[in-house]
Design a protein around this ligand. Structure first.
Ligand SMILES: Cc1cc2nc3c(=O)[nH]c(=O)nc-3n(C[C@H](O)[C@H](O)[C@H](O)COP(=O)(O)OP(=O)(O)OC[C@H]3O[C@@H](n4cnc5c(N)ncnc54)[C@H](O)[C@@H]3O)c2cc1C
Length: 471
């Protein structure tokens, strides 16, 4: 029988033997995410069941200088959850309870390993839903993973990114202390507000990829389940008019969610029946209105519909948006049938969608992706009143070396162009850290390193992320 890892016994003493994995076959499952980046193997996977166990694991890692990477659903698309320096992958998915639903303050405190799918289900039982409802990967993705990677997703039109609806975090710091942020930093106060007493400590853990600690609990904004939902979709003969209408509606912040498909091919890919149904439509968008009663819902929907119609929009009915909203996390996973994705999702000012689309499609044409039979999509989802998560990527069969090479070349070029045309990715990862550090300011990277040095003197937490190899 193969020898166990030298830390196996100590870790088993903390979390129980059945929650420590050092079998190479099982470790392989933790060596990749939802991208085709080369695998990085952890030496061990540890699955803690409480914050106390997380503390003990982190302390042991410090004593032995063992790297630790916290992970949730491992649904990252650019290698964020890959253990660059081996060590321990700390799988947080056993921490998956709803701890408290605070109806008076409209907040829920949850353990960070809960998936968005499970969270929606649990909150619905008591008549609520999270305001930000997670990414499209919400059956796998966790609340902790999404906060740690600045996720944009369902509900972002009204509520912004994952971190925007967080009021308090419980974080096991890299040296093992347990920090509570927001009002909960007062041991006598519950978590109900974020910006109190001093600077916003919650913020440094949003988008940190776990380099500043392990999030164990999050308190997030919730709202009562809507009593009425309105669904709209509008088609346009050109993208510029579509974006103008989209922006007019977005900036009211009355829609819960908004998604735009930016060219005819993308429409036909997503809706194969489009040639018959949506003749002459070169771009379309959907939006969702949620309200406490039918009257409010229909008043808001009529007003927003009129903005679309004033910009030349043709009403395409409610079937497509209704299917989209009801299927939520099942909506885009089937696109893996087209092959793997080379995602370059990034935050873009809404009014720059036409320019970004022109550029992406010109690049796809340069590589003759159409003639090669490769699919692509150009789409965007609203984030707050002014920006979108912009997505334009190709799909490819990974077993076809020619198409894979083309898709990877396009990916490499697009990652750089995103920064060059004045945008920023919101989630990154191993496949994007180099470009991020090259294009973000020197001062940005230095400040990150200083914080890292102060909080994690042994650089045990996710070393190598954001190109921080030494502190
Ligand atoms: C089909 C599909 C659809 C997707 N749709 C979207 C989308 O709509 N929007 C979007 O933004 N992204 C999307 N993604 C990318 C990704 O799934 C999301 O960003 C998701 O929020 C990641 O959550 P996770 O639990 O899988 O995190 P993981 O991949 O496990 O981790 C992500 C990062 O967070 C860190 N981390 C995880 N948990 C913790 C914790 N508790 N404490 C500290 N650090 C932690 C990890 O170290 C890693 O750096 C999609 C991916 C797929 C495959």
């Amino acid at each position: 029988m193969a020898e166990h890892h030298p830390l196996f016994k100590d870790l088993s003493g903390i979390v129980g033997e059945s929650n420590v994995i050092d079998d190479p076959v099982l470790l392989a499952a933790y060596s990749q995410d939802a991208s085709l980046l080369p695998p990085h193997y952890p030496e061990l996977v540890v699955r803690p069941g409480s914050v106390e166990e997380v503390v003990e694991v982190v302390k042991l890692a410090n004593r032995t200088k063992t790297p630790v990477i916290p992970t949730g659903g491992r649904a990252s698309m650019c290698g964020a959850s890959l253990p660059l320096k081996g060590g321990i992958t700390l799988d947080l998915t056993r921490l998956n309870r709803v701890v408290n639903v605070d109806e008076a303050n409209l907040k829920a405190t949850v353990e960070c390993g809960i998936t968005w799918g499970a969270l929606l289900y649990e909150l619905a039982k008591v008549g609520y839903e999270p305001c930000f409802k997670g990414p499209y990967s919400g059956h796998a993705a966790t609340v902790g993973g999404s906060i740690s990677s600045n996720t944009i997703g369902l509900g972002s039109a009204k509520w912004g990114q994952a971190g925007d609806t967080v009021v308090s975090l419980e974080v096991v710091l890299p040296t093992g202390e347990v920090l509570r942020t927001g009002t909960a930093a007062n041991p006598r106060a519950p978590p109900y507000l974020r910006y109190v007493v001093g600077p916003d400590l919650t913020g440094i853990f949003c988008g940190d990829h776990g380099i500043f600690g392990v999030k164990t609990k999050a308190t997030i904004k919730i709202q009562p389940l809507p009593k009425a939902i309105g669904y709209s979709s509008f088609g346009f003969s050109d993208l510029v008019s579509a974006v103008k209408a989209f922006w007019e509606i977005q900036r009211t912040q009355l829609a819960e969610d908004m998604v735009i498909l930016c060219d005819r091919k993308s429409i036909e890919q997503i809706l194969p029946e489009a040639p018959q149904v949506f003749e002459g439509v070169e771009a379309l968008f959907v939006f969702i209105v949620q309200a406490p009663d039918e009257g409010v819902c229909s008043a808001i929907k009529s007003y927003l519909d009129s903005l679309a119609i004033n910009c030349g929009g043709r009403d395409l009915g409610e079937m497509f948006p209704k299917t989209f909203w009801e299927s939520k996390y099942e909506m885009i996973t089937p696109l893996f049938e087209w092959g793997m994705w080379t995602a370059t999702c990034h935050a873009l000012p809404t009014l720059k969608i036409p320019e970004a689309t022109r550029e992406a499609i010109t690049l796809f044409k340069e590589y003759r992706v159409d003639e090669l039979g490769m699919n692509y999509i150009a789409t965007a989802m609203a984030c707050g009143s002014n920006a979108v998560s912009y997505v334009a990527h190709t799909y490819f069969d990974p077993s076809d070396p020619e198409k894979r090479k083309i898709a990877e070349e396009i990916w490499t070029r697009r990652k750089r162009r995103v920064f060059e045309y004045g945008a920023c990715p919101y989630w990154t990862g191993v496949g994007w850290y180099k470009e991020a550090v090259e294009y973000m300011s020197h001062e940005w990277h230095e400040a990150l390193k200083k914080l890292k040095r102060a909080l994690d003197p042994n650089n045990v937490m996710n070393p190598g992320a954001f190109e921080i190899w030494e502190v």
